[in-house]
Every structure is written in structure tokens, then in C-alpha cells.
Design a protein around this ligand. Structure first.
Ligand SMILES: NC(=O)c1ccc[n+]([C@@H]2O[C@H](COP(=O)([O-])OP(=O)(O)OC[C@H]3O[C@@H](n4cnc5c(N)ncnc54)[C@H](OP(=O)(O)O)[C@@H]3O)[C@@H](O)[C@H]2O)c1
Length: 256
């Protein structure tokens, strides 16, 4: 019986947990406030789900999906994650996470920084370039003709293969974007980031610009991009490969 541990049970964590349960995988959810605060989420997911502490979720998982604000990475339970295949969904947003000089300058990538902190974990970057809404909308069985592909990056080939197997069971093909040093290729505002999974990327971009303007004029920071009711586009692996190969790097200073 396979088990997925989750550290972070917000938009992405619960969406991935839902797909895992649908695929017959047990899930152990966790957050920063304690298992009791996840009672409703667990009840909604059914008998394959339970809540625990981040340490317990990490120890229980055959894989562990970490989906927390990137700025909190130092709080991750390093000892419990040692040896685990860990799927890191996080993105670096200075407005939310605070400025981190080595990321602003491009000396390293966000996933390399997290990997450095979690020396023993086998980190695979995944699920960071698609909204939670489109993870739900685009998941398909393995034999579906309209299956979308997601990029993954990591330094351990076996961990990448294991993550790809999990992601396939959850409903997506994968494209290997290389080691963590290349993971910037699908970070925020690169070509493979979020827009190609929209049926109407132009409308989505316009919504994004509107959101940025709202933030600049003092509105509270949203935790997710506006996706409205866009049904999604099943981005094929071949197209994703081209986007990954051709995208320019977007350092903090180049980003909206
Ligand atoms: N939303 C999207 O569509 C999307 C798409 C791609 C990538 N991402 C990235 O994925 C990550 C998660 O995004 P999200 O939208 O799912 O965020 P979210 O809805 O705000 O959820 C964040 C989760 O992380 C938990 N958390 C925070 N600090 C923690 C800690 N120290 N230990 C354990 N759990 C902790 C929170 O628990 P509490 O509530 O108890 O604090 C919450 O369950 C972010 O880095 C985001 O940039 C998001």
C-alpha cells in the first residue's frame, strides 16, 4: 500500500491529496497549525486520509509533497525527510517570502537552496508551474489522448523516476528538465509557467496584470493567480520540451 505524505495542505497540497486518494494512495496531511485544524479537510478526503505533524507526514510517506510558502523552508523537518523522495512545489515570491540575495542574483535556484538545507532528502521540483485549479481540471488517466505534461527537475535520477511514477498515477505525463540547477526553466514568468496550461492564455495574462496592479495599489496579496473558469489546455510533452529549451531566465529584477 503506497502512502503520500504532505507538508502544507493548502491549495496545492489538498489538490494533490485529492488526486492521490482517487488513485488509491493513502495520504497523511500536515500544516503549521496542527493536525486538529485539518479535520474538515481529512473528512472530505475520506478514509484514505489522516492528519499528522509535518515530521509524521514526512516519515509516513513513500513520497512527500512539500507545498508551503518558500520562505518557510528552514522550518522543514530535515531529519524526517532524509532519504525521502520529496516533491517541492514551492515558488519564490519576494513579496511573500522576503528577498533572498542568492536567488535575486541567480547564484542558485530556489530548489537548490531548499535541497542544500535538506541535505538527505531527494528533492524533485514539480507541480510549481501549474495552478491548483488546472491540476484538478487537467488530470487524466494514463491512456487518455489529452494528457498534459508537467516538468520535473532533480539531481537524483532514481528519485526523478519515482516522482514521475507518482505524477503519472496522479494524472500527468512528465518532461525531465534536468538537474535542480536548471529548474529556473519553469520558475515564475518563464515560458512554461502557468500560461501554457490555459485555454485562453491572453485573458489569463490580462488577469495577472490586473492582480499585480491591485497589489501595487495596496490590496492584500492573493495566494494564487486568477484562473477564473478557464477550462485548461492539456499541454503536450513535445511543446513543453520546446518551451523549456527556449525560455529566457527570469530573475527577480525581470519579473512583474
Ligand atoms: N496555488 C497555486 O496555484 C500554486 C501553483 C504553483 C505553485 N505554488 C506554490 O506552492 C506553495 C504552496 O502554495 P499554496 O497555494 O498551496 O499555499 P497555501 O494555500 O497558502 O497553503 C500553504 C500551506 O503551507 C502550510 N505551511 C506554512 N508553513 C508551514 C510550515 N512551516 N510547516 C508546515 N506547513 C506549513 C500552511 O499551513 P497553515 O495554514 O497551518 O499555516 C498551508 O497548509 C507555494 O510556494 C506556492 O508559491 C502554488
Amino acid at each position: 500500500m503506497a502512502t503520500l505524505g504532505l507538508i502544507g495542505s493548502g491549495n496545492i497540497g489538498t489538490t494533490v491529496a485529492r488526486l492521490a486518494v482517487a488513485a488509491g494512495i493513502d495520504v497523511v496531511l500536515s500544516n503549521s497549525r496542527g493536525p486538529e485544524t485539518l479535520a474538515e479537510t481529512v473528512a472530505g478526503l475520506g478514509e484514505r486520509a489522516r492528519a499528522a505533524t509535518p515530521e509524521e507526514a514526512a516519515r509516513a510517506g513513500d513520497w512527500v509533497v512539500v507545498s508551503i510558502p518558500m520562505g518557510a523552508y528552514r522550518k522543514l523537518p530535515a531529519a524526517a525527510l532524509a532519504g525521502k523522495v520529496m516533491l517541492d512545489t514551492s515558488n519564490y515570491y519576494p513579496v511573500r517570502d522576503g528577498h533572498i540575495e542568492v536567488l535575486d542574483s541567480g547564484k542558485t535556484t530556489p530548489s537548490e537552496l531548499v535541497q542544500e538545507h535538506l541535505d538527505g532528502a531527494k528533492l524533485v521540483k514539480a507541480f510549481n508551474n501549474i495552478t491548483d485549479y488546472h491540476i484538478s481540471a487537467l488530470a487524466r488517466p494514463a491512456d487518455a489522448a489529452d494528457r498534459a505534461a508537467l516538468p520535473i527537475a532533480g539531481d537524483d535520477p532514481q528519485a526523478k523516476a519515482s516522482a514521475a511514477d507518482l505524477i503519472s498515477r496522479l494524472g500527468f505525463d512528465t518532461v525531465d528538465a534536468g538537474p535542480l540547477a536548471e529548474s529556473w526553466r519553469f520558475d515564475p514568468e518563464t515560458d512554461p509557467y502557468v500560461w501554457p496550461y490555459h485555454a485562453d492564455p491572453d485573458a489569463a495574462r490580462a488577469g495577472f496584470v490586473k492582480t499585480i496592479e491591485a497589489i501595487r495599489s495596496g490590496s492584500p496579496t492573493p495566494t494564487q493567480l486568477p484562473t477564473s473558469d478557464d477550462p485548461g489546455f492539456p499541454l503536450p510533452a513535445a511543446r513543453l520540451r520546446t518551451l523549456l529549451a527556449d525560455t529566457p531566465r527570469k530573475l527577480t529584477a525581470d519579473r512583474a
